[in-house]
Design a protein around this ligand. Sequence first.
Ligand code: AMP
Length: 611
Amino acid sequence: MPDAAAHLPFFYGSISRAEAEEYLKLAGMADGLFLLRQCLRSLGGYVLSLVHDLRFHHYPIERQLNGTYAIAGGKAHCGPAELCEFYSRDADGLCCTLRKPCNRPSGLEPQAGVFDSLRETMVRDYVRQTWKLEGEALEQAIISQAPQVEKLIATTAHERMPWYHNAISRDEAERMLFSGSQPDGKFLLRPRKEQGTYALSLIYGKTVYHYLITQDKAGKYCIPEGTKFDTLWQLVEYLKLKADGLIYCLKESCPNASVPTGTAAPTLPAHPSMPRRIDTLNSDGYTPEPGEAGEKSRILPMDTSVYESPYSDPEELKDKKLFLKRENLMMDEVELGSGNFGCVRKGVYKMRKKQIDVAIKVLKSGNEKAEKEEMMKEAQIMHQLDNPYIVRIIGVCRAEALMLVMEMALGGPLHKFLSSKKEEIPVSNVVELMHQVSMGMKYLEEKNFVHRDLAARNVLLVNQHYAKISDFGLSKALGADDSYYTARSAGKWPLKWYAPECINFRKFSSRSDVWSYGITMWEAFTYGQKPYKKMKGPEVISFVEQGKRLERPTDCPPEMYTLMNDCWIYKWEDRPDFSMVETRIRTYYYSIASKADLATSPVQGAEAACA
Ligand code: AMP
């Protein structure tokens, strides 16, 4: 997860106090010279190191419960950058204002923190073990769900660490520490009877020392008067590096026989929403919000039956063919939606080992040959795609009508979902969904496909936290050496979603899909409004040609509006590609997702703090 300060040139990452002072000395020790570094002890905390009167001052910056940042006793700010900007204007209790950033020497990247690589290993192992994923499916799960998985790990990871002994008494702890060799620093951690407290038991000089660990009001762990930590495993890792008031550093864990040894790749606890592969929606089409009764069981995309292709099972793959047998397909009367071609019905498809829910696009009877061909083209395109954020085709069935059988996305189109649930869906949730759309589009870009009809109506929801791109009716596979497709003639086109080069030169590329992605973002952040209000196609064209763009939606974070505007850069070659779009929205999503984990009303909270 990128650090919220990663982009600041005066941020050094995880360096020690002595190293910080060395950099400040080298930079001349002017009054107000400052740098920012990561705080070892709390996830997301910082230290501001500042020079005044040729002396060093170090101010810890805490990340607070609501996701804001503050120096003890000072005002809260929505991010480390905003905090530094504030103190450059007003000393507000510091020894002086921040006057001159001590920037990193060129080529020097911020130092990764002690927990950064450990956390990455844990996230990877957790996702691999819990959802049995490998390869691309594993990578995509990590990218899209890292904040949620980190949160699960942070609260429960210690339970499966070799040094954690559940429910043993003080006497038993001593017995265990004295059994076998007794090197200085051998330790274990155990919960105490008193709820929320723990004991750290440590051998030094053949004596066992017991330290009480308590949790403060904010849920941080510490040995009284000692350094505070977000999680128990971080506390242990830190005390391995530094005694910090203990009689000795933690060295060797006194292993719990029921936990496999080796902390580098611990066997992590199972995700609380097990059993896996639960079906996707409750009756009203969405899962409970974090903070509601069901927070612990929030369904992640990997929990659903449509994260991986049904053909990811090698047994099922044996039967994979574009054309499906009619006898394996059961069609319901329930209509999920309709379009010019006909309607989309609910159904069930019988595979070798399981039955899956499907959506069936049924071509109206009496339709022309041309329409059948179009549906077959759509099927051929979808047949080549396999990504968790794209609606997969199961196959085509030729029977009473031509039918395109797809994975089911019961939540319906994004714009309708958002407009009907505006009050319940925080902006962070919209960012999460749009990040998933960017992942699906990045995949298309890599495969050299252009979608040509990306819009909120064509983003379907599996549930409130899982979106998939659909409707490949206009899509094209580009030739290996081509970066765009030229349409022979203009057709019935969604002009409001189209980039200028599509309209003026009929030229379609991933960069013109990026333009459409910007419009889709606007639809999402307005909670389903229609872009360009009642303007007609030609009016929209001249509006855009005059350099005008859609306004910032009321609830839209400035970072997201900047990204939208970059998607609407007039010249396609100057627009970001999906790889860039995905990185930018991911960075923003991670930064607010970590706040959303803590705050009740994440984005509003952060905005209020900025004001
Ligand atoms: P389309 O013409 O492909 O945009 O489909 C028309 C409508 O049918 C959509 O707006 C959805 O409400 C519904 N629909 C299409 N595909 C699916 C699917 N895979 N799962 C659930 N509903 C779908």
